[in-house]
Write a protein that binds this ligand. Structure first.
Ligand code: HEC
Ligand code: HEC
Ligand code: HEC
Length: 381
């Protein structure tokens, strides 16, 4: 197995852009439909009746490398099956017949849909999370945060996967009624300037970039000339492959590839590869002054934001679906606590149901958040 399938981990405190999924969809559609391009102000509703299957497929292709972030993993680097290079419909039909397949799909379309919203149902051999023996998928559910594709967008991507290899598209064209469904109200907007990307991912918590920042990691001002674009790209999405001399491994977030859109990564690489030298004179961004706070280390707020209290009693409140955690440190070691969070099914607490605790925390938390959480719980004795 290649070394790029490191367990994906979490989420640094993120600044979410709030906008309506529909507005975004309409904007995308507007950009794709020649007849409205140029004349339609961004917020003007596009008549979905005018949407052709060709433009729907094109929307899917745009989403694949854009908002869907699919191309971050599904490319020729071996991290995930190279969907653009393989015949995905044929592969879907094969996997449907596999004895390991436990889902409820009946054809390629429903299989693809299921793969997107519930990737763990069938994990392609050798692509599972490290150590999970192909039982846990590193792929995030694309209808959930942070990707949050709407049903219309998911179907557009399925349409694209069918059409690219010459199959008839079987998903329906969206109707106005479907578009009116309340899609997820929060859509993470792709940041579109270097300042916005740096602030969104808190690079300045650890690096001097854009003229200011911390010193946990090397200053990023002088990369141009010393590193190729590819090395810079790797430094961001696979930071532990090569460790900068004099700096600790495992500190730089390992999951930026999952969180960033292709566009954001390009903005960073372009900037670091091209403008490293002139950056020193840029004014300090406000993010720098909050560098510490930008990395979410406030454990109690983390516990509430991850919804642990829905099922566990802790700090005097919470649900009883899972065991109380106020004495967890006296029952489990730090390592066991860690495992219960990132791989809850590995050991099931006696008297409690398996399969209830969410399986995707490791994909939602950064390593630092997990460490903070484990330390915090381990001290509950
Ligand atoms: C963080 C990396 C990552 C992202 C982002 C991601 N995937 Fe995946 N995906 C994987 C991995 C790894 C697998 C193989 C393991 C598995 O079967 O779950 C996979 C499996 C799949 C499969 C099933 C393949 C099969 O043969 O059964 C499909 C279809 C798929 N992804 C489509 C997508 C689409 C479409 C997107 C974007 C909306 C996407 N993925 C985003 C990593 C990712
Ligand atoms: C929590 C601290 C932290 C954050 C946040 C962080 N990094 Fe890093 N980064 C490090 C450390 C430590 C290293 C050196 C160890 C290594 O190479 O992995 C590093 C290494 C790098 C390197 C390789 C540098 C070299 O000289 O080889 C690049 C490029 C980089 N980071 C870019 C970024 C970008 C861009 C962001 C924001 C998107 C970011 N980092 C966020 C800590 C961090
Ligand atoms: C939807 C319900 C649910 C949520 C949300 C949830 N858990 Fe759990 N958790 C469970 C159940 C049920 C168990 C017992 C079965 C098992 O061990 O998997 C459990 C087990 C555990 C255990 C092992 C307890 C023991 O005594 O062995 C720990 C530690 C734990 N959860 C921590 C957390 C943390 C931390 C969060 C938030 C990040 C969280 N859980 C969120 C349901 C949940």
């Amino acid at each position: 197995m290649n070394n790029e399938t490191k367990a994906p981990r979490g989420v640094l405190a993120k600044s979410m852009g709030f906008s309506l999924a529909l507005a975004l969809l309409f904007t995308l559609v507007a950009n794709l439909l020649p007849q409205v391009e140029g004349e339609a102000p961004v917020d003007q509703e596009v008549d979905l009746g005018a949407l052709t299957m060709d433009s729907y497929v094109a929307l899917g292709e745009t989403l694949f490398s854009g908002k869907g972030t699919c191309a971050l993993c599904h490319n020729d680097l071996g991290r995930a099956p190279d969907i653009l290079a393989i015949n995905m419909v044929e592969v879907a039909n094969q996997h449907l017949q596999d004895e390991r397949y436990k889902g409820s799909a009946t054809d390629a379309e429903s299989y693809l849909h299921e793969s997107l919203v519930d990737p763990g149902i069938y994990v392609v051999k050798d692509y599972g999370k490290k150590g999970s023996n192909d039982t846990i998928s590193p792929m995030p559910a694309v209808d959930k945060s942070p990707i949050e594709l709407s049903e219309i967008e998911i179907n557009a991507i399925i349409a694209f996967m069918q059409a690219k290899d010459g199959y008839d598209v079987t998903v329906p064209l969206p109707t106005e009624a479907a578009a009116a469904e309340p899609a997820s109200p929060e859509v993470q907007k792709s940041a579109d300037t270097i300042e916005a990307v740096v602030a969104k991912y808190s690079c300045q918590a650890c690096h001097v970039i854009l003229g200011s920042g911390g010193d946990l990691g090397p200053a990023l001002q002088q990369m141009a000339g010393r590193f190729t674009r590819e090395e810079i790209r790797q430094g961001i999405i696979a930071p532990d492959e090569v460790i900068a001399e004099g700096f600790p491994p495992g500190v730089m977030p390992q999951d930026l590839a999952e969180q960033m859109t292709v566009k954001e990564l390009d903005i960073l690489v372009d900037y670091l590869a091209g403008h490293g030298k002139s950056a020193a004179t840029s004014p300090a961004s406000p993010a720098a002054t909050h560098a510490e706070g930008a990395v979410d280390s406030d454990t109690e707020s983390m516990i509430s934001s991850f919804g642990c209290l829905a099922c566990h009693v802790m700090l005097g409140s919470g649900g009883k679906i899972g065991p109380g955690l106020d004495d967890i440190g006296s029952r489990l070691s730090a390592e066991e606590i860690r495992q219960s969070i990132i791989d809850p099914n590995a050991v099931i607490a006696k008297g409690f149901p398996s399969g209830v605790m969410p399986l995707n925390y490791s994909a939602q938390m950064s390593e630092m958040q997990l460490d903070a959480l484990v330390d915090f719980l381990w001290e509950r004795k």
